[in-house]
Design a protein around this ligand. Structure first.
Ligand code: UN1
Length: 506
């Protein structure tokens, strides 16, 4: 039995402003990974409808770019208010639809609130620089202007927050948004979008029609966005395989892109680590969200001298994990998103064993009697003799590989020796080890942490990674610049026309 009946769920949806009848259709079946129950049957937008959607966004851009940025910020402030108000409901939808525990569902909505607040502040800080000119009577400066419509294509695992990261920044930067949520999690996306619609309604006619649109559909709908020259920026989150298809298409039309792709995140545990702290961080980052964050911990690189003590503590923690209904208080590990995820995990486990690995714990399906259509799994840990091909592959499941190192150099080589470059961390209280890991010859990832795990980043920092992770950044810091176009202006207030580089002409 799950804690949320079908009637309760439809009440939660209606609190979020969702009327399923308005989206009814036969194209997309939304199932809860908790028990396999059908949550909704939705209509997909036919691809032939996409030009009109994109035109509407382009029309909206003509007006929205002229609204002063702090006024645009006011809309995002209202969105943040709506998200705060609906936090409990949207959090439930996320939990029910993608199976993450309620705490994490709520945390995800909070991430949306946080980015809205960040974006409101930003709306008064879209600064360019003033630059000295080499010519007398001249001044240089740069300005940031709105870019154009932004397409936001998201994955199932952060169906609310990743839309909010992108849309909050896009909107204050002066860009309309077209949102294509994952087919596996359209309701969480819709709930988050409805909060934005609510904010737009309160904001009134200062918001042009078509400022924010949501499209349900299959890959052809996403492709229409990717291929359209009217879409100035494509922000896509998903697998490296997806990014390999999207990246070149956007590049071929000289569009901008933000790609947030696969991660294969490691933790280095040195002899100078606080092991109890490390254990807590490992458990949260390896089994939280059932290992289905792009920042989940996948590789534990531990010093030979610390290994036995660390594994002893860790195995104890693993066996006491509460696996089950993510809506039940006390559960720490919910189900995998679907059967395909379970199959992929089994395949990787088999490969790991063929490649010399020893399963230390977990890997088996659990609760199959209670939830015949839910794929619950005991989080697995596999001791590996080296960084074999399967270890270099991202498996989206709670599957942690353990590697044993002797020198810090070897540990850093392993940390960097995978195609992905999203997140990483070191557990050590030794300043030399820590700074080496953070330095130029240290971790090559977009995120490198000390004494915290690789997942659960705050919105204030730029989020993203190198290599097959895509190379781009979203969320905090100066990621907003990607949602704007920069112009460099040189202004001559003299009566002469000196040329740069001292050129004499005529
Ligand atoms: C993702 O998994 O796509 O850092 C995003 C984290 C979250 C975001 C993850 N704040 O784990």
């Amino acid at each position: 039995m799950t804690t949320l009946s079908a009637t309760d769920f439809s009440t939660v949806l209606s609190h979020c402003g969702i009327d399923l009848a308005a989206h009814q259709g036969d194209d997309i079946t939304v199932r809860s990974p908790i028990d396999g129950a059908t949550l909704a049957q939705l209509a997909a937008l036919p691809v032939a409808a996409m030009p009109a959607v994109i035109d509407r966004a382009a029309q909206a851009f003509q007006q929205w770019r002229l609204v002063p940025a702090p006024v645009r910020g006011e809309l995002v402030r209202l969105w943040g208010e709506e998200l705060r108000r609906s936090k409990a409901d949207i959090g439930q939808v996320v939990s029910r639809e993608v199976g993450k525990i309620l705490q994490e569902g709520l945390g995800e909505v909070q991430e949306g609130v946080d980015i809205c607040e960040f974006a409101v502040g930003l709306s008064r800080q879209l600064h360019g620089k003033t630059i000295v000119s080499e010519r007398p009577g001249h001044r240089m400066m740069e300005q940031y202007h709105p870019l154009g419509p932004v397409a936001v294509i998201t994955a199932f695992n952060f169906p609310s927050a990743v839309f909010a990261w992108n849309a909050a920044l896009a909107l204050v930067c002066g860009d309309p948004v077209v949102f294509k949520p994952s087919e596996k999690a359209p309701l969480s996306g819709l709930a988050t979008f409805k909060a934005l619609e609510q904010a737009i309604a309160r904001f009134g006619d200062r918001a042009p029609p078509g400022l924010a649109q949501i499209v349900f559909g299959h890959s052809d709908v996403a492709e229409a966005l990717v291929d359209s020259p009217q879409i100035a920026l494509v922000s896509a989150t998903g697998s490296s395989r997806m990014g390999r298809a999207v990246g070149p298409k956007v590049a071929a039309r000289f569009g901008k892109r933000i790609l947030e792709l696969g991660g294969n995140n490691a933790m280095v545990v040195t002899p100078a680590a606080d092991l109890d702290l490390a254990v807590r961080a490992i458990v949260f980052s390896a089994v939280g969200t059932a290992g289905q964050r792009c920042t989940s911990l996948r590789r534990l690189i531990v010093h030979r001298s610390a290994k036995a003590a660390l594994l002893e503590k860790l195995l104890k923690a693993y066996v006491s994990l509460r696996i089950g209904d993510p809506l039940q208080a006390g559960t720490l590990v919910g189900p995998l998103i679907d059967r395909a995820a379970w199959d992929a995990m089994q395949h990787s486990l088999a490969q790991a064993q063929t490649q010399g690995g020893t399963v230390l714990t977990g890997g088996q399906r659990v609760l199959a009697e209670q939830f015949p259509h839910g794929y619950y799994v005991a989080p697995a840990m596999v001791d590996m003799p080296a960084q074999t091909p399967i270890v270099q592959h991202e498996t989206f499941a709670p599957l942690l590989y353990v590697l044993t190192y002797d020198t810090l150099e070897q540990a850093i080589d392993w940390n960097n020796g995978v195609p992905q470059g999203l997140s990483s961390c070191i557990f050590s209280n030794d300043l030399r080890e820590v700074e080496t890991f953070l330095g130029a010859a240290g971790s090559d990832c977009g995120i490198a942490n000390v004494n915290i795990g690789p997942s659960g980043a705050e919105i204030g920092g730029a989020f993203g990674g190198e290599k097959e992770t895509g190379g781009d950044r979203e969320s905090g810091s100066d990621a907003w610049k990607q949602y704007m176009r920069r112009t460099t202006n040189t202004i001559n207030y003299s009566r002469e026309l000196p040329l740069a580089q001292g050129i004499q002409f005529g």
